[in-house]
Ligand binder design. Structure first.
Ligand code: PLZ
Length: 452
């Protein structure tokens, strides 16, 4: 039986989909259930899912399932479809490219779109120094390559990552990632020469940025040794770890320390990048210029692409042939990235991210004023989170958070949780969502919280 026979007629995605929350069945409906039953029998149990639907179309601010349910999308497939699912510019570019050629391998027969993406990244990432870029497939693969490049450049091995960090699921990036369950448990041994330093987490530690940087630097100098450090890698705003925005001065002090000690400062902007926070990159909110910037997710609006961009002298230190991969910078992904970048620039999406941020922050802080279980509201642009706590003790309340998220999804609003204690709900809507749909999504969240 072909897949198409088992699914409902599928609407075309993109912004012309009706922009509405519409539930015509319970979730999952019968057609989605059929597909999910097949998932249980065919797909490895380790590959989970949180929204019980089979998606058939998406665009604007909605995801439509096989039964015709239309859900409000406040997750963008984990911060990927920032320029909107099936963005018309991306659809056109990919459709044209797929008919021309699908692959030559850039290491065998190079093509212009890869080079144009490198030029765009060199232009858009922070700092006006001479830069180079290399392209890969996933965020984790790009992080691995950033570390390879930093080690080759410095001739050193140690890499510093932080509490609550998330950098991926490959062996080296599992070692860099902080949280055991579900990312690391039982999957060791992990890559060596990775050291963990304390993060700045103003809501919990009450420290200033320079104070928390001093705490991290003491650990690095005493436990690792400055002259052994190849790289310090950090998400300027931590994503999976709980949308933790470090205190002012924390990142700047770390950048200065790297400069003074010959270490490479790597900003993992996989989740924060590409207009998400109202700037091209979150580093800009803190006024830092990283040596290397890692990008993925929003770079190509859903096609698999990632990059490492940085100072030419660092990027060029690996020998010819030292970097690469069969699919890295695939031509479909590259034209998608060029079209997405065009959309961010021509469709005013950076400004839109800031507007969405104002709407989210306004609603969530009003909720916080009424409900002491909302302990903190934080983030920038269309990357905002609410952290839930037990008002009596201030302890993280992961079970409340899970109940609220589940109720939102059951009511047709896709929300994602995050945080080391699972007690954070994060909002990552596509920048193509309407104000009305976003407001309706937040109404549903408020109702869910009252009932939880
Ligand atoms: N760095 C900052 O957020 C991916 C993970 C989802 P890949 N985050 C979503 C999951 O549970 O697997 C991420 C990130 C940051 C690196 C990555 C890794 O990017 O494209 O998933 O490899």
């Amino acid at each position: 039986m072909s897949v198409t026979e088992t699914l409902a007629p599928r609407p075309v995605g993109g912004p012309t989909l009706p922009q509405e929350r519409r539930l015509v069945t319970e979730l999952p409906g019968p057609r989605s259930r059929e597909v999910l039953d097949r998932k249980a029998r065919a797909v490895a149990a380790g590959v989970g899912h949180t929204v019980p639907i089979a998606a058939v179309a998406a665009g604007g601010g909605v995801v439509v399932d096989a039964d015709g349910n239309s859900l409000i999308d406040l997750g963008s497939g984990i911060a990927v479809t920032t320029a909107g699912n099936a963005n018309p510019r991306v659809v056109t570019a990919v459709t044209e490219q797929v008919a021309r050629f699908t692959h030559t391998c850039f290491m065998i027969a190079p093509y212009e779109s890869y080079i144009a993406v490198a030029e765009a990244l060199n232009r858009l990432t922070p700092g006006d120094h001479d830069k180079r870029t290399a392209l890969f497939n996933s965020g984790a693969e790009a992080v691995e390559n950033a570390v390879k490049i930093a080690r080759k450049h410095t001739g050193r091995q140690a890499v510093i990552a932080f509490d609550h960090a998330y950098h991926g699921r490959t062996n080296l990036t599992m070692a860099l990632t902080a949280k055991n369950m579900p990312y690391k448990h039982g999957f060791g041994p992990f890559a060596g020469e990775v050291y963990r330093a304390p993060m700045s987490y103003p809501f919990h530690d009450g420290l200033t940025g320079p104070e928390s940087a001093a705490r991290a630097i003491t650990l690095i100098e005493k436990q690792v040794g400055a002259e052994n450090v190849a790289a310090v890698i950090i998400e300027p705003i931590q994503g999976e770890g709980g949308f933790i925005v470090p205190a002012d001065g924390f990142l700047n002090t770390l950048v200065d320390w790297c400069r003074d000690n010959g270490a490479v400062f790597i900003a993992d902007e996989v989740q924060t990048g590409f207009a998400r926070t109202g700037r091209w990159f979150a580093s800009e909110h803190f006024g830092i210029v990283p040596d290397l910037v890692v990008t993925a997710k929003g770079i190509a609006d859903g096609l698999p692409l990632s990059g490492v961009t940085g100072r030419a002298e660092i990027m060029d230190s690996p020998h010819a042939g030292g970097l690469g991969g069969t699919y890295g910078g695939n031509p479909l992904a590259c034209v998608a990235a060029l079209a997405a970048i065009e959309s961010y620039e021509a469709d005013g999406l950076l400004e839109r991210a800031s507007e969405i941020g104002a709407q989210l922050t306004g609603r969530l802080t009003a909720l916080q004023a009424r409900d002491p279980r909302v302990g903190d509201v934080r983030g920038h642009g269309a990357m905002i989170a609410a952290e839930f706590v037990d008002p009596a003790t201030g302890a993280p309340d992961g079970s409340l958070t899970a109940r609220v998220a589940k109720a939102c999804i059951a009511a047709g609003v896709i929300v994602l949780t995050c945080g080391t204690h699972g007690n954070v709900i994060r909002f990552l809507p596509p920048l193509t969502i309407t104000d009305d749909l976003l407001a309706e999504g937040l109404d549903v969240l408020e109702t869910a919280l009252v009932g939880a």
